[in-house]
Design a protein around this ligand. Structure first.
Ligand code: SAH
Ligand code: DHB
Ligand code: MG
Length: 222
C-alpha cells in the first residue's frame, strides 16, 4: 500500500465525514500565508481529538504546541460554554496567527494562548489553579515530551486523558540507537507512560495525509 492510497483514503474520509468548514479552511490558509509549517493535525485527526474531548465531557483542555491554532479550534469546539483551552506556544509569530484564527472562529473567550517555552510558562499556569485538566494534548517539541508528561501528571486528576502526537515518526521510534532527539524524546515518553502506575496507556499507528505517524493515549487512573 502506498502513500498516494493513504492520502486518497484520508481525502475520502474527510469528504464523507467532515463537512466543509470555512473557519478551519481559513485557519489553514492563514497558517500557510504566515509561512507556518504544515505540522497541524489532519482534519480527520482533528475531528478525532474533538470526539475524544466530547467523550471525555471535557471542560478544561491543556495543549502543548499551538502552531496556527488548528487543533486548538477542534478541541475548543468540543467544550461547553464556560469551557477553557490553555495552549502553550513558544513562537510569538505562531501564537499571533493562532490568536487571529481563534478570534475568527469566535472562540477567543474559551482559548488562552500562553506564549513562551512551555517549561517556562507551566509554573505560572500551575499557580493559577485552573487545573486539573480533563484532556491534555502533547504536540510541541518532542525532546521535551518526558518533561511534558511529568507536568501533565501534576495538572491531572484520575480520569484525565493524555494524548501524544507524532509517536511513530515514520517508524523511527523503534530504533534505540537513534541519534534523533525527537525519537529519543518519544522513547523516554513511552517508557515513562509504561512505568508510571498512575497511567494506563496505549499507542496507535496512523497513515494518511500526514504520512506514517501515530498517537499515544494515557488515562490517569490514580
Ligand atoms: N497542535 C498543532 C501543531 C503544533 S506544531 C496542530 O495540530 O494544529 C508544534 C508547535 O510547538 C510549534 O508551533 C512550535 O513552535 C511549538 N513549540 C516548540 N517548542 C516549544 C516549547 N518549548 N514550548 C511551547 N511550544 C513549543
Ligand atoms: C512535526 C511536528 C508535529 O507536531 C507534527 O504533527 C508533524 C511534524 C515536525 O516537527 O516535523
Ligand atoms: Mg503533531
Amino acid at each position: 500500500m502506498q502513500e498516494t492510497t493513504w492520502i486518497a483514503v484520508d481525502n475520502y474520509f474527510c469528504e464523507r465525514l467532515i463537512p466543509a468548514d470555512p473557519v478551519l479552511t481559513a485557519t489553514l490558509q492563514n497558517s500557510d500565508a504566515g509561512d507556518l509549517p504544515q505540522h497541524n493535525v489532519a482534519p480527520n485527526q482533528g475531528k478525532f481529538l474533538h470526539l475524544l474531548a466530547s467523550l471525555q465531557g471535557a471542560k478544561t483542555v491543556l495543549e502543548f504546541g499551538t502552531l496556527g491554532g488548528y487543533s486548538t479550534i477542534w478541541l475548543a469546539r468540543a467544550l461547553p460554554e464556560g469551557g477553557r483551552v490553555v495552549s502553550l506556544e513558544f513562537n510569538p509569530h505562531n501564537a499571533a496567527i493562532a490568536q487571529k484564527n481563534i478570534d475568527r472562529a469566535g472562540l477567543s473567550h474559551m482559548v488562552d494562548i500562553r506564549v513562551g517555552k512551555a517549561l517556562d510558562t507551566l509554573p505560572q499556569l500551575q499557580a493559577e489553579s485552573i487545573h486539573p485538566f480533563d484532556l491534555i494534548f502533547i504536540d510541541a517539541d518532542k525532546p521535551n515530551n518526558p518533561h511534558y508528561l511529568e507536568w501533565s501528571l501534576k495538572l491531572s486528576r484520575p480520569g484525565t486523558l493524555i494524548i501524544g502526537d507524532n509517536v511513530v515518526r515514520n517508524g523511527a521510534v523503534v530504533d534505540p540507537a537513534s541519534t534523533d532527539a525527537n525519537v529519543q524524546g518519544v522513547r523516554s515518553f513511552m517508557d515513562l507512560m509504561a512505568n508510571n502506575p498512575r497511567l494506563s496507556a496505549t499507542a496507535l499507528q496512523t497513515v494518511g495525509s500526514k504520512g506514517y505517524d501515530g498517537f499515544s493515549m494515557a488515562l490517569v487512573i490514580a
